[in-house]
Design a protein around this ligand. Sequence first.
Ligand SMILES: C[S@@+](CC[C@H](N)C(=O)[O-])C[C@H]1O[C@@H](n2cnc3c(N)ncnc32)[C@H](O)[C@@H]1O
Ligand SMILES: [Zn+2]
Length: 183
Amino acid sequence: MPNKKSTTKKSTVKKRAAEKSVAAKRTAKKSAATSPAFRVRQSGIHGRGVFAVKKIRKGARLMEYKGERITWEEAERRYPKDPVPYHTFLFEVGDGAYCLDGVRRGSPAKWINHACKPNCEAEEDEDERVFIVARRDIAKDEELTYDYNLTFEERISKAEQKRRYPCWCGAKKCRGTMLGLKK
Ligand SMILES: C[S@@+](CC[C@H](N)C(=O)[O-])C[C@H]1O[C@@H](n2cnc3c(N)ncnc32)[C@H](O)[C@@H]1O
Ligand SMILES: [Zn+2]
């Protein structure tokens, strides 16, 4: 019987915005472009990814991470078993009780891969909407990435972190895992 309260299992892995700030909405500049600045295609990092089709300026707000807003309890019901290596379209929002399920009513943002030295950032505004914003100027054909900053409450060895949540971003200082540094 599921707990009535929206709790998270110890094993729940959460993808979070790097910044949760009211400033996010104000500071992100809207892209002046009328045609999309990106497209989804095969990635060298993993599966599909999202790529710039033109030069993107630092600060440009590129797209919203959309998805059905559900509790983690519901997420665990939908996705009871974590595959190894891990694969998720869930994005944690708010105080941690809810997430966006990109599989349902998602947007192209769900295809953006993680990187340890990313060119974008996921920012959550005061309405708990998540936007992908360029952290620096991005050249045409570059793959868009942000740091998933996955959190995982169980204590597991470094080797196990890399086995379950590997990172293949290829950065010089790749952490070897999509897990973030605990805050
Ligand atoms: C939201 S999907 C991103 C789209 C994904 N490439 C796909 O085709 O399904 C997130 C999943 O992609 C994979 N992924 C993303 N970035 C990765 C990376 N840097 N290294 C390894 N796998 C990655 C992981 O399985 C992750 O859970
Ligand atoms: Zn990496």
